[in-house]
Design a binder for this molecule. Sequence first.
Ligand code: ILE
Length: 449
Amino acid sequence: MDNENKNREHWGSRLGFILACLGSAVGLGNVWRFSTTAGENGGGAFLIVYLLIVLIIGLPVVLAEFTIGRKAQSDVVGAFEKLAPGKPWKIMGYMGVATGFIILSFYSVIAGWVMKYFFGYVTGAIANVPGQDFTSYFTSFIGQRYEPVIWQFIFMTLTIGVVIAGVKKGIEAANKLLMPLLGVLLVVLSIYSLTLGGAKEGLTFLFYPDWDKLFDPQVILAALGQAFFSLSLGMGTLITFGGYLSREHKLPSAALSVGLLDSSVAIISGVLIFPAVFAFGQDPSSGPGLVFMTLPNVFEQISAGMLVGALFFFLLFAAALSSSVSLLEVTVAYFMRKLQWSRKQTVVLIGGIIFLLGIPSSLAQGAIPITVMGRDFLTFMDQLSGNVLLPLGGVIIALFMGWAWKKEEALRDSDLGNTWVGNVWIWIVRIIAPLAILIIFLNKIGIIE
Ligand code: ILE
């Protein structure tokens, strides 16, 4: 073992690693993005396609990221430098670092809004919204110059705090607490939601299989995009986290657990949101606004609504925090090695820069019209990362695993061995995954319709 490896931080346990990856995967995206996309794309039919895609494309790429990370025992740039010295593959590493910066900058803005709502429910301030007009309440709040930035700052400070504490004492410990809590809250709130009288309509909306849509290319593309976003694929998070894993932990079952649990959280979130939305005659397809403008109407009308609202926004906050921690770690791991700085110094510097980069996203919501290519700054950053950087990252990772490694080594290092599953996996990462991802990518940037 070389010196670098000896001093390297590692997870305390296999469960800690799985919970940290799950914490990264389960985020703001699962709670509303899944439900909206499912609702717009045929409910049950979407669900079938989504689960098949997670199984056939998502999990193999998760396993590829874990394999690359554990083998290299380095950050996302270092991994490619180590495994393919002098080759251009490390561009993927730089892309991962850039993606971490970009996503976290606007993710922390939205997470700040979540915190504002959480405190609004805890203090009861939300009960006094004039005329219960949550649309005006939300738009006037995000349009302010200072308050949203202050919440964003608080959220970034918490993220920085967890990452400073390190891999085992910070990230692993936080997820060991947050993930079970999130699971319990999610189940309790969804059972409660099912008692509100909209269960039949809500569940039909979410699960009714519109069979015509099963082979609809639009549905398949939407499911592929959602799977990618939700599993935190293509940005090097799972490479970075795999880098803190020691040899004795088996990778395929870890990938399977993360994929299945992430999908379960998405489905249960749908069970929480839609029955409640239908029970109170709200619009289920109001998209991103669903959480901030529609659900408060629901909470307003139920008894103990303040408590349920507080629990819901706490759940969302916990999900966002565990994802933001993983995004920050991708960039911090790289700069720590590059600058040879301590973890604390690096986290404060990088976290601070990301906070500053997020300010235009916050201001662009009404305070100052900051636009890039006709989109407000937050939407631009979101689309740049989600539509361009993530899919591209996924293609490169799959191709690297499939073509830059000898087949025998790939099978050995992934713990699959020379089995039929191993051989199927190799062909998925070689051909099927890159091709499928390339199709969503081209579709999203509008080259193919
Ligand atoms: N996977 C998470 C989510 O679903 C984040 C995606 C990390 C950017 O929200």
